[in-house]
Design a binder for this molecule. Structure first.
Ligand code: ADP
Length: 365
């Protein structure tokens, strides 16, 4: 059966590309450009995140009623959960224009000044990866956020002068995957702080059905649920898997994505029932086999599994933690019994004292 797809696999899913373009990474890949058409434009079309939506609705309504600019908003959470989408929705609900950029793209204070002096009252400035702002740029942002003014320093040494330039009040929407890396003065200047949560299977199925309609794909309900189950709580992955499953379905000359079709395609994409791939399995198996289930420090785990420690921490670990497959302890990462079970390590027994032991009687959890 795999041979049928050798053409597709060799052109689109070359295994050597997996490190670069892992299909279930939550980070944006080149072939995600098509995702812009799938972005909901209105708050009512934005699925899930009910607490965040309710809060934002109230704040936006009151700002509009008082004819004021919306307070600065910080959105944080793992990649692919809808931070960029939400920033555009905020601008559109506030009937404002949006200017989108990223922290590392604003290299000098002058770049930020150029952006801010060109904004109209109430406009939204969206800065993705705001934790990566250059400190000198960040300092300019403080007075801009607080006093609607830019404090520009001209000259050097004793002759240095600060010039205050007024700007129109604006709303800064900052997005970050690492809220902990934001400096306290910057964090304190956000009036609204929203943490985006991973999505439930039902919410992801709803997103998949909505995207299928936009992309003109016919999909059965149980097929959408199957893709949702393997999407790691992340809409970006759900949309990406939908498009890949559609490719396989079209290749088979079928018009509708059925449960059988989606299972077959996901198997060929080597994504298991929980949305885990070989790299996830590799990390878990390294902890189990090389470190007797842990605890093992992040750097040691990275060296033993051949992955970068930041990548393990930011990309692989969040979902493994969410599944309860690994746990963080003060002495390092440990694998839990559910990970042993999922990856087929059967010989685990619950001993009398409530601890899990392996076949040698060694306590593993
Ligand atoms: P982030 O900025 O957090 O990395 P994005 O806003 O770029 O994530 O979202 C990635 C994709 O997922 C978008 O193209 C959008 O179509 C989809 N998406 C994200 N959140 C939602 C949601 N709540 N409802 C529907 N689609 C969503």
């Amino acid at each position: 059966m795999a041979e049928e797809y050798s053409f597709i696999k060799s052109t689109t899913y070359n295994p050597s590309d997996i490190k670069e373009e892992r299909i279930i990474t939550s980070e944006r890949l080149d072939f995600d450009d098509a995702e812009n058409v799938l972005r909901p434009k209105k708050l009512e079309d934005y699925v899930g995140q009910n607490k965040v939506k309710e809060n934002l609705k109230v704040f936006m309504h009151s700002a509009q009623k008082r004819k004021e600019t919306l307070d600065h908003v910080l959105l944080y959470g793992p990649p692919g959960l809808g931070k960029t989408t939400l920033s555009h929705i905020i601008a559109s609900e506030m009937h404002a224009s949006i200017r989108a950029t990223t922290g590392p793209a604003i290299e000098r204070a002058g770049d930020l000044a150029a952006i801010l002096t060109n904004m109209q009252k109430g406009d939204v400035l969206f800065i993705d990866e705001i934790h990566r702002l250059n400190p000198t740029v960040e300092e300019i942002l403080y007075s801009a956020m607080e006093d609607s003014a830019l404090d520009i320093v001209t000259g050097k040494g004793p002759s240095a002068r600060t010039m205050r330039i007024p700007i129109e009040p604006f709303t800064l929407v900052g997005a970050t995957t690492k809220a902990g890396m934001l400096s306290a003065p910057l964090r304190d200047r956000f009036g609204v702080i929203c943490r985006l949560e991973m999505y439930t299977k039902e919410e992801l199925a709803q997103i998949i059905n909505r995207s299928a309609k936009i992309l003109n794909i016919d999909i059965k309900r149980d097929a959408a649920e199957e893709i949702a189950r393997r999407s790691r709580g992340t809409p970006r992955i759900a949309n990406r898997l939908l498009r890949r499953v559609r490719d396989f379905t079209e290749y088979d000359n079928m018009d509708t994505i059925t449960l059988t079709q989606s299972k077959k395609a996901l198997k060929l994409l080597e994504i298991d029932e929980l949305g885990l791939d070989k790299t996830d399995a590799g990390i878990v198996k390294t902890i189990i086999e090389k470190f007797s289930g842990g605890p093992v420090g992040l750097d040691t785990l990275a060296a033993a599994s051949g992955e970068d420690s930041n990548t393990i921490e930011d990309v692989y670990e969040p979902y493994l933690l969410q599944l309860g497959f690994i746990a963080r302890t003060p002495r390092g990462r440990v694998c839990t019994p559910s990970a042993y079970k999922h990856f087929g390590y059967n010989k685990i027994e619950l001993s009398n004292n409530g601890l899990f032991t392996d076949e040698n009687g060694d306590i593993i959890w």
